[in-house]
Design a protein around this ligand. Structure first.
Ligand code: PLP
Length: 429
């Protein structure tokens, strides 16, 4: 491992340079990182951290997992990229694998992009094509454009389409006008959802039909807020009655993180409903940029035809090899089960820690947030960082914990013992 002497500039020297050359969209980074192994990462000054954020729920296998490194290195030595005029074996195998893991029916298809936002862009475009097939939406017979319903507090990405469905006004409003006919409905309120559907109608005040509802089952960026299972079932029912698609954004919740391959497969989140489209990204390729969507069934999938959508890097063999290695390792090392068990241990440990700063903990598997007694999440995050633990101030009064799925029992105990010591009298941020 490199020592301070063998390394180049220090953390603060690098940060000075960062601010000169990197667009200021992320604020000042907390540290300049150098390398990692397992659940641990080291900064350029040689400080060690236990990483309970995992690149925001991305590094499912932690850092430098041998199976991942081997698969990526071998694929890089064969061919990293070929363009979508050609196909590759890893891309085809990965699409089949994701369809199988999602339990999607015969005829289902996958679209690959490079990020969560791109997965959602694809889903929204598919929903738009679907919306045009609905009675009442056809412009040629005086119809009105179909609508897409999104939830308050939802986050779907920062590209123009995904941003149009992203609720937080401070990040959305400066870019308006955005994509039209996307409406926000109060999350968790079945009557509001019913009313949004009921606004469809003919005449001056009637709106176009609903093409799709897009939602996260656990609203991650909003502070890890799970939706109520009865609400989710109601949304599915309203979608069915009104021939609307249900798009479940599993960018943060997917690929084992919540203790099932996809969060929609958890009875305690959905009661067993099936989506029409699932989007994925973050953890799927263990750190390689990759995202996309699974479209359930042949009829819906057939709406995308050559030219409907695409991206140069979409499904490239290097990313696909990284994803296959990630999925194989999750399966071989029983990491979905580990996520469930370690998540339970983590939540129990936090509540048993006796820290009066912690009022409750919520989440599933290894996607959790600690609710704080007051609005000091940044101070708490910085305190933890200084004491060797990476967590995330996801809301003014909430800390998000999303460690790699490989996290061990001892590492959970270690994190809990650091969290237990966060001073309860930190000032508000
Ligand atoms: C639920 C959800 N959807 C979409 C996105 C956007 O993903 P990306 O940042 O990869 O574009 C995120 C990112 O945090 C997310 O949490």
């Amino acid at each position: 491992m490199p020592t301070k002497e063998t390394l180049g500039p220090t953390d603060s020297q690098w940060l000075g340079q960062y601010s000169q050359v990197h667009m200021n969209v992320f604020g000042t980074p907390l540290r300049v990182m150098d390398h990692g192994e397992g659940v641990r990462i080291w900064d350029v000054d040689g400080n060690e951290y236990l990483d309970f954020l995992a690149g925001i729920a991305v590094n499912s296998l932690g850092y430098a997992h041998p199976a991942w490194v081997k698969a990526v290195s071998e694929q890089a030595a064969k061919c990293a990229h070929v363009s979508n005029y050609f196909a590759t074996e890893p891309q085809i195998r990965l699409a089949s694998r994701l369809i199988e893991l999602a339990g999607a029916p015969e005829g289902s298809h996958v679209y690959f992009g490079n990020s969560g936002a791109e997965g959602n862009e694809a889903a929204l475009k598919l929903a738009k094509l679907y919306g045009r097939t609905l009675p009442g939406a056809s412009p040629s017979i005086g119809g009105k454009p179909a609508r897409i319903l999104a939830l308050t507090h939802g986050f779907h990405g920062r590209t123009m389409g995904a941003l149009s469905a992203t609720w937080k006004p401070v990040i959305r409003k400066p870019f308006e006008p955005l994509v039209p006919n996307i409406e926000f409905v109060r999350a968790g309120d079945p009557i509001a959802m019913y009313e949004a559907f009921s606004a469809t109608g003919l005449g001056q005040y009637g709106k176009g039909p609903v093409a799709a509802v897009i939602l996260e089952l656990i609203q991650g960026e909003a502070g890890v807020r799970p939706l109520d299972v009865a609400y989710v079932k109601k949304v599915r029912e309203l979608c069915d009655i009104n021939h609307a698609l249900l798009i479940i954004d599993e960018v943060q919740t997917g690929i084992g993180r919540t203790g099932s391959w996809f969060a929609f497969q958890r009875e305690d989140l959905t009661g067993g409903i099936t989506p029409d489209i699932v989007t994925f990204a973050k953890g799927v390729a263990g750190g390689f940029p990759m995202g996309g969507m699974i479209s359930f069934g042949g009829k819906l999938s057939a709406l995308f035809t050559p030219g409907s959508h695409g991206s140069t890097f979409a499904g490239n063999p290097l990313g696909a090899a990284a994803a296959l290695a990630t999925l194989d390792t999750i399966e071989n090392e029983h990491l979905v089960e580990n996520a469930e068990e370690r998540g339970e241990q983590l939540r129990q440990g936090i509540m048993a820690s006796g820290n009066p700063l912690f009022t409750s903990v919520r989440g599933r598997g290894l996607l959790n947030a600690i609710l704080l007694s007051h609005r000091c999440s940044h101070a708490a995050m910085n305190w933890a960082l200084e004491h060797g633990l990476i967590v995330n101030a996801v809301a003014p009064d909430a800390l998000r914990l999303a460690p790699p799925l490989i996290v061990s029992e001892q590492e959970i105990d270690e994190a809990v013992s650091i969290l237990a010591k966060i001073p309860a009298d930190l000032p508000n941020d």
